[in-house]
Design a protein around this ligand. Structure first.
Ligand code: G
Ligand code: G
Ligand code: MN
Ligand code: NA
Length: 250
């Protein structure tokens, strides 16, 4: 309760910060995109894990205000990044309820002046189990604006391969849990290889998440992942720090 009231206040005051984590193209080593990750430092308790305050926002209805704040700030920040770099923003499945998401995104793009092609929205498999038709309709409306849609945390939720037939995701992000075990698990490697094959056949980029070690990177490159993300390249950093990273040659 108390934390919920504090979160409400923090959102009202815009006291939610964004950290950005680079996503690197395997072929060139260049940063093609940065993922925005919300950060909240509580005045008394210090940094609150995003999992915790995002769930709290979902339970309390604050997710719409939090989602709007994150989107607005990420789009505004991205206008100061190199023009060939995109920004990925995570969406909660609950942001699809109410049917106002597409208009909200359109308004924020207009307000910040960000080219819609530079915005990527990350949705998780949990998104689709609610109202399949309404969700795919909303995703198509977003996509029609030129926004890219990423399927995040792939492989650990409840998605069916049939989703790929009904909606053309631009990118599929392989969950970190597969990357964690890649060196020791033949099945993890087989699964990643299968997702890469699926991605290639359906014209999707395939991002491996949570890459921490060079040995993991080498296996992921050999398996054909088109993009990599993880502490090996960079932790999530401030907007200013990511601008500095983007200014460096690969
Ligand atoms: O670094 P990390 O601890 O940031 O993120 C933990 C979890 O919180 C991840 O599942 C991530 O997708 C989620 N998350 C981080 N920022 C946001 C956000 O702005 N919106 C939503 N819906 N989830 C976020
Ligand atoms: O669920 P989603 O993929 O949006 O969240 C990304 C989460 O993964 C964030 O919490 C981010 O900080 C974290 N993350 C990104 N790269 C790494 C990594 O290499 N190692 C670990 N442990 N976490 C990572
Ligand atoms: Mn994500
Ligand atoms: Na993920």
């Amino acid at each position: 309760r108390a934390l919920e009231a504090d979160l409400r206040l923090a959102i009202e005051r815009g006291e939610i910060a964004l950290a950005y984590q680079p996503i690197v193209a395997t072929a060139t080593g260049q940063i093609t995109s940065v993922e925005a990750l919300a950060r909240w430092s509580h005045p008394v308790h210090g940094p609150i894990p995003p999992d915790l305050f995002v769930s709290l926002a979902e339970e309390s209805g604050l997710i719409h205000a939090l989602g709007a704040l994150v989107l607005r700030r990420a789009c505004a920040d991205a206008t100061n990044f190199a023009v060939d770099v995109r920004v990925a923003v995570n969406l909660s499945p609950l942001q699809f309820q109410g049917g106002a998401l597409c208009e909200q995104v359109r308004a924020i793009l207009a307000e910040t002046g960000l080219d819609p092609h530079r915005l990527q929205l990350e949705v998780t498999e949990g998104l689709v189990i609610r109202d399949v038709e309404a969700t795919f309709h909303e995703l198509n409306r977003l996509r029609a604006q030129g926004i890219h849609i990423h399927l995040d945390d792939f492989g650990v939720g409840y998605s069916s391969l049939g989703y790929f037939q009904r909606f053309r995701f631009d990118t599929v992000k392989i969950d970190k849990s597969f990357v964690d075990t890649i060196a020791t698990s033949a099945s993890a490697r087989a699964i990643i290889g299968a997702v890469v094959g699926l991605g290639g056949a359906l014209g999707m980029k395939v991002v491996a998440e949570g890459v921490e070690e060079a040995a993991q990177m080498e296996l992921l490159v050999a398996l054909g992942c088109t993009h990599l993300q993880g502490y090996l390249f960079s932790r999530p950093v401030s907007a200013e720090a990511v601008r500095a990273l983007l200014a460096q040659p690969a």
